[in-house]
Design a protein around this ligand. Sequence first.
Ligand SMILES: *Cc1c(COP(=O)(O)O)cnc(C)c1O
Length: 394
Amino acid sequence: MENQLKQKFLSELEQLRQIAQNRGLAVIEEAEQPWLQIGGKRLLNLASNNYLGLAGHERLKKAACAAIETHGCGATASRLIVGNHLVYRRAEESLVKWKGSEAGLIFNSGYTANIGIISSLAGRDAIIFSDRLNHASIIDGIRLSRSECQRYRHNDLDHLESLLKKTTPSKPKLIVSDTVFSMDGDVADLAGLVTLKERYGALLIVDEAHASGVFGPYGEGYVHHLGLQDRVDVQMGTFSKALGCFGAYVAGDRWLIDYLINKARSFIFTTGLPPAVLASAAEAIELVQEDWQRRQALQENSRFFREELARLGFDLCNSSTQIVPIVIGPNEKTLLFSQKLQQLGVAAIAVRPPTVPDNQARIRFTLMATHRRQDLAEAVEKIALVGRELGVIR
Ligand SMILES: *Cc1c(COP(=O)(O)O)cnc(C)c1O
C-alpha cells in the first residue's frame, strides 16, 4: 500500500515549487573570503554572516588546532556530566570580561540558546511580548514555553505599551527582541524597550546575533553601543556570525546563569561543544576587542553600499547596518533577481516567505569588513542593471 504521508509530502513540495517557495542546497566549492565559488564560478560574497572576515583568521585556526591536540575532537558528554572541559572555563571567563557582566554561559548554538532561555524563563503562567520580526529561534522558544504570546508590530513601542497596559499587573512578563533584525537590517529601539520593561516590571531578553562583534566600543554588541548593559536582563548573542566560529552565549547576573544551568533543557540535554570550537570562540572574543579597524571598515562599507542602493531608488526597509535588503515583492521575480546577479558574479540570497511576510520577498545583501570598495562599486552597478531590467527601479 502506498504511504499516505509520503503522497502528502510530495504534493506539499510540488505546491512550494508552484509558488516559487521551494528551497534547495547550493554547494559552496570554495570560500576564500570575501569570494566564493558555486558551480565553478567565482562570485563576490554578499550573502555570508562572516561580517568581520574572521572565519578563516590564522589565530582562530591555530587556537582550534591546538585544542584538538590537547583535548581531542569531542566533548564526550554533556557539560553537567563530564563534558565541561577547561576550554569552557577559559571561554566563559573571556566572555564575562568582554561583556562586563556578573556571569556568562555558552550554549551550543544561537538556536538552542534561544529555545532554552525563553522556554525556561517563561513558564505557562507568563506572558511574552515579542516583536513581529523576531528570529525564528525566538518564536520556537516561545512555543516551547507554552506561555501566552503577544506579538507587537515591528519596533512599534506604542503598540507594545498598549499591550502591556492591558495585562494583569501580577502576571510575569517578558519582552523579547532582536537588537539588529536579521532580515531588515534595522535596529530595535532599545532605550524605549528598557524604559517600558522598567515601567511595567518585565524581564528584557535581547538577541544580539547580528550585533556581537559589530557594535559597541569593543564589539560587545548593540546593548553596549548604547551603554544599556546594566538595564538589560538577558543578553544573548552568537559566535557564529561576526566572530567567525560557532556557538552562542548568554551574559547576565549570577542568578540568571545558575537558573539556566539548572533549567534550560537545550543546555542540559546535549553534548558539550567540541574543544576546538570553544578555543576558537575564546580567541575570537580577544581578537574582536583588539581589532577595531575591522569594525570600522565594515561600517564604512555598509554605509557606502546603503547609500548607493538608496540613491538608485531601491527600498532598503529601514536598514542602518551591515544587513541591507532590497524589497522586490513577488517570489518569482526575487528568485530571478538573485539568479541574474549570480550570472553576473554576485552571490546574494533571495529571502522568501515564511522567512519574511508574504509579498515582501527580498534580496538580502550582507557586507564584510574585507570587501574592497572597488568590488562593491562593481556589484552596485550590476545590481542597478538587474534592477532596471526587471523594472524594480527606473
Ligand atoms: C542566526 C541567528 C540565530 C541562530 O544562531 P545560530 O548560532 O546560527 O544557531 C539566532 N538569532 C538570530 C537573530 C539570528 O540571526
